[in-house]
Each structure stands twice: as structure tokens, then as C-alpha cells.
Design a protein around this ligand. Structure first.
Ligand code: PEP
Ligand code: MG
Length: 758
């Protein structure tokens, strides 16, 4: 009875282990290695080709002419060996010479051998060499033999690099797809350019030991890691921390399926039985799956493959105890972060001075992670399909999020062209910065208030850098997101006071916590802890704050104390019905009474406002208006609810336009219901930061915008060129009889007047 793959590998690995532990010269070791593998597989020939100076060189052989060693060399893609390396895949042929890519090398004396099997020696997903066996008898190798060969090749890859036989840098520079420059197309999520180096958010694990000392102990490690991983995944269910995206559920289901897949666990255990460590076994099984999947051309399967890769990496991290993301490991100063998706809290862990850009496989314009990146001034390209199959850790990258592209492994001509664009963009930035002192006033004299959105202490310098009129939206939950525990009242007071100090005479509008949706706090879960099916429409923002009123009370006290002697502007998110505004205001008023009773210094005045994000409020706005000092329209949430289109769902990222007549007409109605009331109206959603959208809003009569700091320059530039009355008249016409493409109509309007729109 033939031996199982595990048993055959085990015998070979044990012998290899002894050879490698000996103090002999690297070449002598390789000579012994081919003997051991050849004998183990009962094969007449066993050869090792390694990559040297871009060529695959015969380094050791049993069965071929010894005089060919270090003489026979093949280019990548040349002959069977070159093909295996190029495609990083296994070949198993009964008759090598009849394969169209066969390239005969007389110096090797291989003409007497017929069957041929070769596997790549993989290093970081690329081939560093090829291990092959040949037989005189023309027969295909058994599956068991191929598996043994693959396991041995995996061990060899470590041994070869450790022995310095191949250059780690060079190892695997073979696959044409992964060596040449490649352009990636995606969706502009945050404008900007950056050049740097790819860094995976979830770094690859370095496997230090491949051969196990104690198989039973390795089995136990994998068993525990599986347990832990399954637990994590069950816990993750419904939490937006994981893959903030609408594909969330689908992904999670797949994760669950793989995590509980007995077949996967069994294959890993078999690999351990062959003599590998837990880490190497996981990697070995992953390599095997990768190779198989490569042969199937099905995009759906490719997606699932990514899920399995994610999970396999998770298991590797768990088993090796290397749990951190790239944020926790000395980040390079020119990092371009690569991820499938990120949560806002995860992004905030990165040092923004070192983070030059982000490229995501998913992502959408108003997902909070993108808002955070915008606030950090980091360009983001999203919706890049197949990203992780093309970019490797450490690859040089040119990111042009403005154009919606990225170039990986660029050639000199590409770098030159990029640098020219980059220089131009920097010039524009400098020109915008120079507009700091200019007041945004239309040509017919309407002063537009241009404020910025902020959320952290670090954001405050943007106020003077941009010359903005104030902070129209301070997202207080950011402090909660970056904290491991609920921030204590004193800490909150300190932050709010610092923010007010930094703003000086400029107003700051504090929004009470908007937690939930895609901003999940691990330390604050719904009672009972069950996952929500639709977190964006669930227990979040004011709904959560009113129920957990301890949270709101603490925040109210902190804000009231911080604003002692000054004006406090406070607004409530996600107000759906007027009573919610009243209830939230009552929490503040009770705290105010308490402070009064304690003879504490109080704010000079308090202005209460509501955010219009839930369409239902619009229907009662005229009733609430007398109690409001201001209204802030959060178009990010408002549009997701108007269109019933999840703002985090990448599949819907490009489906609806902010310049849709539905939104415009809705906003016009909202403004109409405030007629005759003294209510300031601001738009604080992302759309206000885009020139064409801001133009439309001004056309509707909205004269206050709170936007991302990087947009202040472009918006001021646009405002100073337009006539408010003229755009208002044009907008009236468009809303009465909407043109087929509102965006095109606005762009044409601007162009006809020589107004430059980016
Ligand atoms: C909005 O919804 O438009 C908004 C400004 O709030 P956030 O993006 O924080 O939900
Ligand atoms: Mg919102």
C-alpha cells in the first residue's frame, strides 16, 4: 500500500531536517537534499532550480548530468521549469517532450526521461525556484506524490532563503503580472495624490519555523487557534468594525462557512502530520488552494478566495500570536495602506504623518472611514477590484485618487508623468492655502459661511490654515472611537475646552455622540448584545443616547462646563421626531439647573440645533422650527434614507447622484418649511465640499456650509466667481422642469460663465 502524502512527506522532512541542522556548506546540503527527495519519491531524477540574476539556474540534481549544475539556465517563462515559475503552478506530465513549452537541454542528458513533475518553490506568493522530479517510465505522478513534492518545496523555500541561496528581494520576481507595472482603476473617495510603498493593513505573517519539533503540540496549537478564531467570528457577526460595508453579511456568512469547514481544518492537520509547524501547515494549505483557484476563472469564486485568504491570515495571526495591524508595527514614512476595507477606528490608529494614502477593495463616499480619511487629509481610492491579487507588501505605488487610478511598480516614464501632475497639484494646494484670508462672497455680495468639520483636537489647526469661519460640525464621537474605554467626563471636558480655546472667537457646533451604524464601540453594545440587521437604521445616535441617558448626561455636563462664559452650540444627530429633540434638550437643561444650583459658571448662551438626517423630521419641521436656533442638514445620512441606499454599501456607491432632482426638490421643501422662522441652515454632509454640489446648494438658498478642510479652498474659489441671484434663478427653472442630467446642466452653466470646476 502506498504511503499517505503525510507519511511520505514526514519521512523526507525528517531526513531534510538532519541535513539542514548539519554544519556543511550550502551546496553540499542541496546535493543531499535532491538525493533525499529523489529516494523518498522513488524518482530517478530530482532537480532544484533557483532564481539567480533573473534566471532559473540548475543548482543541484540527482539523475541529470552533474556537469550541467550552474550551467543550465532558463529564462522565466522558458521551458517547463520557466513556465512553472512564471505561473507559480504545478505541472504533472506523463511525457514531458510532447508539451509545447518543452525546451530540450542536451547538456543535462535528460532525453532518457519521460515523465516530469515540477512545483514552484514559493516565497511570498512568488516563485523563488522550482523543484522537479523525472522518471524514465512515462506515467503521471500520483496526487500523493505531488502533494509530497509541494510540502517539501515549502520547506525548501525557507531553507534556501535561510541559507542565503537566493536573494530574498529577487525571490519570486517572476510572474509577469506581479513584476511589471500595472494600473489599477477605482473610485475616487478622497481626492489627492501620493507616492509611496504598499503596506498591508493586515501584514503577512513571517513564518520562522517550518519543521515541527513536536507534532502533537502543533496540532493542539491549531486546535486552539481555530477555537479562538471561530469565537471571534461569532462575536464579529453584525459588528461594523469588521468590513464596514454592505457586503458585510455576505462576507461574514462566508467567513463562518470557512471557519467551521471541517475539510479545511483536516487538511491543515494532515499538513502538520507531514512534519510542518502549525504556521507552515496553514500556509501550505493556503498555497494549495491558491494554486487550484488560479485555474478557475470565475470572479465570484475569486471573491470567495479573498475571504478564505483573509481567514487564513487571521488564523495565522492567531496561531503565531502576531495580532497587530500595520498601525502597531513601526510604520514607514511613505505608507500607502492596502486593505479590503477598514473601520474608522482602525484608520484613526495610524499616524497621519506617515500615512500618505489608502487603497481599498471596497469603500464608499460617505462611509465613516472615508470621512475620517478626508479629515486626516489622506487620499483614498476605493472599489479597486482584485487589488490584493496584484499589489504586494512593499511594492512601490503611485496613487492618483483624483483621477481614480493607482500604478503599482511604475516604470521611470510613469514616475516622471506622475511627478509632473503631483507638482501641479501641490501648486494648486498652495494657491488654495493663499486664499486663507479671502472672504467667500459671491459677485453680487452674498456672504457664504464656509466652516469645517472636525472631530479631534488634532483637527483644530485646520481652522487657521484654511481661514474657515468656524467648526460647523464637531463629531464628538471620534473621541469615543479612538478610546479603548468610555471617555470619562473630565477627559471630555478637557477636549471640549481645548477645542473652544483653539477656535477663539470662531463658533464651534458640537454634535452629541453619533455612535452606532458604522461607528461601533466595542465597549458599548446593545443590551443583550445582539447584532443589528440594519445598524444604519438601528440603535444609533440620539436613539442610543436617549436610552443610555447616562452617556448623554455626562456629555451635557462636560459641554456645559467647557463652555462656561462662552456660547455653546450643541446639536443632536438623527432627530426623527420633534420629541426627541425636546428630550435631548431637557437632559442639557437639567444639567444646567444642577450646575446653577452648584453656583458654577455657566455658558453665556446656549444655542440648540437639530440635524436633519431622517426624512421624517422634514414633515414636522415647521412645528419644531420655533424651538430651534439652527438646523444642520446631514446629507450623508439624509440621502441614504431618501434613496433607501446604504451609504456604506460599495455596490451602491455610484448609483445615486447628490445632484438628483429628488434631493434638490426635497431640500427646497425643507427650506420652505422654515420660512418666517429664525433658523440658521447649514449643510454639513460631504456634498457641500464638492464645487458643483455646493453651487447647487447656494442656488437653493443655502448660505452656510460645513465641509472637509481640504475643500475650503476650492469652495471659496467657486463662491467668489458666481452670482448668487443668477444661480438661484437657474435652479428654480431646473427644479420646475428637471433636465435629464442635472449635473451636466450645472456644469454647463458654470462653464458658460468661465467658472472653473475641478
Ligand atoms: C451626515 O449624515 O451627513 C453627517 C454629517 O453626519 P455623519 O456623516 O457623521 O453621519
Ligand atoms: Mg449623519
Amino acid at each position: 500500500m502506498p504511503l499517505s502524502a503525510a507519511a511520505a512527506s514526514r519521512i523526507i522532512l525528517t531526513r531534510l531536517h538532519d541535513v539542514m541542522a548539519a554544519r556543511s556548506h550550502a551546496q553540499a546540503k542541496l546535493n543531499q537534499v535532491v538525493e533525499i527527495i529523489g529516494e523518498g519519491l522513488d524518482s530517478e531524477v530530482c532537480s532544484i532550480y533557483l532564481l539567480r540574476e533573473g534566471m532559473l539556474e540548475l543548482f543541484a540534481t540527482r539523475g541529470l548530468e552533474q556537469s550541467a549544475v550552474h550551467i543550465t539556465r532558463m529564462a522565466v517563462g522558458e521551458g517547463l521549469v520557466g513556465m512553472i515559475a512564471d505561473n507559480v503552478e504545478t505541472l504533472n506530465l506523463a511525457e514531458a517532450a510532447s508539451h509545447p513549452d518543452f525546451s530540450y537541454r542536451p547538456e543535462t542528458g535528460e532525453d532518457k526521461f519521460h515523465s516530469f513533475a515540477g512545483v514552484p518553490i514559493v516565497r511570498r506568493e512568488r516563485a523563488a525556484g522550482v523543484l522537479c522530479v523525472q522518471h524514465a517510465e512515462p506515467r503521471r505522478y500520483e496526487e500523493v506524490e505531488i502533494e509530497t513534492l509541494q510540502t517539501v518545496a515549502m520547506v525548501l523555500s525557507e531553507l534556501i532563503v535561510n541559507a542565503g541561496l537566493v536573494d530574498e528581494q529577487e525571490a519570486g520576481g517572476l510572474s509577469a503580472m506581479l513584476t511589471g507595472p500595472q494600473r489599477l482603476a477605482g473610485l475616487q473617495l478622497v481626492k489627492g495624490l501620493a507616492s509611496g510603498v504598499a503596506v498591508y493593513h493586515q501584514p503577512r505573517i513571517n513564518i520562522e519555523h517550518v519543521m515541527a519539533e513536536d507534532t502533537e503540540a502543533e496540532r493542539q496549537r491549531v486546535f486552539l487557534a481555530f477555537d479562538k478564531m471561530r469565537e471571534q467570528i461569532d462575536r464579529m457577526a453584525g459588528q461594523a468594525e469588521f468590513g464596514v460595508g454592505g457586503e458585510h453579511d455576505e462576507v461574514l456568512e462566508t467567513y463562518k462557512m470557512f471557519a467551521y469547514d471541517e475539510g479545511w481544518a483536516r487538511r491543515i492537520n494532515e499538513a502538520i502530520d507531514s512534519g510542518l509547524t502549525a504556521e507552515a501547515a496553514i500556509e501550505r494549505v493556503q498555497q494549495h488552494t491558491r494554486m487550484r483557484m488560479r485555474q478557475i476563472d470565475d470572479p465570484l469564486l475569486a471573491d470567495r478566495m479573498h475571504d478564505l485568504e483573509d481567514l487564513s491570515n487571521r488564523l495565522l495571526r492567531t496561531v503565531s500570536g502576531q495580532l497587530g495591524t500595520a498601525a502597531s508595527q513601526g510604520l514607514r514614512s511613505d505608507t500607502i495602506l492596502i486593505a479590503r476595507n477598514l473601520g474608522p477606528a482602525e484608520l484613526l490608529e495610524y499616524d497621519k504623518r506617515r500615512l500618505k494614502g489608502v487603497i481599498l477593495e471596497e469603500g464608499s463616499l460617505t462611509a465613516h472611514v472615508v470621512i475620517v480619511a478626508r479629515a486626516m487629509g489622506v487620499p483614498v481610492l476605493g472599489r479597486v477590484r482584485g487589488l490584493r491579487g496584484v499589489v504586494r507588501d512593499g511594492d512601490p505605488l503611485l496613487l492618483d485618487a483624483t483621477e481614480g487610478t493607482a500604478t503599482v511598480r511604475p516604470n521611470p516614464a510613469m514616475i516622471e508623468a506622475f511627478e509632473a501632475r503631483f507638482a501641479k497639484s501641490r501648486e494648486r494646494q498652495a494657491a488654495y492655502a493663499a486664499m486663507r484670508e479671502i472672504e467667500p462672497r459671491t459677485t453680487d455680495g452674498t456672504r457664504i459661511a464656509v466652516m469645517i468639520n472636525a472631530g479631534l483636537r488634532d483637527d483644530m489647526p485646520n481652522l487657521s490654515l484654511t481661514g474657515a469661519d468656524g467648526i460647523g460640525l464637531f463629531r464628538t464621537e471620534f473621541q469615543f472611537l479612538v478610546s479603548a474605554t468610555l471617555p470619562a467626563r473630565e477627559r471630555q471636558t478637557r477636549l471640549y475646552r481645548d477645542v473652544l480655546d483653539a477656535a477663539g472667537s470662531k463658533p464651534v457646533v458640537f454634535r452629541t455622540v453619533d455612535i452606532g451604524g458604522d461607528k461601533v464601540l466595542p465597549y458599548l453594545r446593545h443590551d443583550g448584545g445582539e447584532a443589528e440587521e440594519n445598524p444604519a437604521m438601528g440603535w444609533r445616535a440620539l436613539r442610543l443616547a436617549l436610552e443610555r441617558d447616562g452617556l448623554l448626561k455626562v456629555q451635557a455636563r462636560a459641554l456645559l462646563e467647557a463652555a462656561a462664559g462662552r456660547t455653546l452650540n450643541v446639536m443632536f444627530p438623527m432627530v426623527s421626531e420633534p420629541w426627541e429633540f425636546d428630550a435631548a434638550k431637557a437632559v442639557f437643561e437639567r444639567q444646567l439647573q444642577y450646575l446653577k444650583s452648584q453656583k458654577k459658571k455657566l455658558p453665556e448662551s446656549i444655542r440648540y440645533g437639530a440635524m436633519l438626517e431622517v426624512p421624517s423630521l422634514a414633515e414636522q419641521l415647521d412645528l419644531l422650527a420655533p424651538r430651534l436656533s439652527f438646523l444642520s442638514i446631514g446629507t450623508n445620512d439624509l440621502t441614504q434614507f431618501l434613496f433607501a441606499a446604504d451609504r456604506s454599501n460599495p455596490k451602491l456607491a455610484e448609483r445615486y447622484d447628490w445632484l438628483s432632482p429628488s434631493i434638490m426638490r426635497f431640500l427646497r421643501r425643507v427650506l420652505g418649511s422654515l420660512d418666517g422662522h429664525q433658523v440658521d441652515v447649514t449643510v454639513c454632509g460631504e456634498m457641500g465640499g464638492r464645487q458643483l454640489e455646493a453651487l447647487a446648494l447656494i442656488g437653493l438658498g443655502i448660505h452656510r456650509l460645513s465641509i472637509t478642510p481640504a475643500s475650503v479652498g476650492p469652495i471659496k474659489e467657486m463662491v467668489c466667481q458666481i452670482n448668487a441671484a443668477e444661480i438661484a434663478a437657474a435652479m428654480q427653472g431646473w427644479l420646475a422642469a428637471p433636465p435629464p442630467d442635472m449635473r451636466a446642466a450645472l456644469a454647463a452653466w458654470a462653464e458658460a460663465r468661465g467658472i472653473s470646476i475641478d
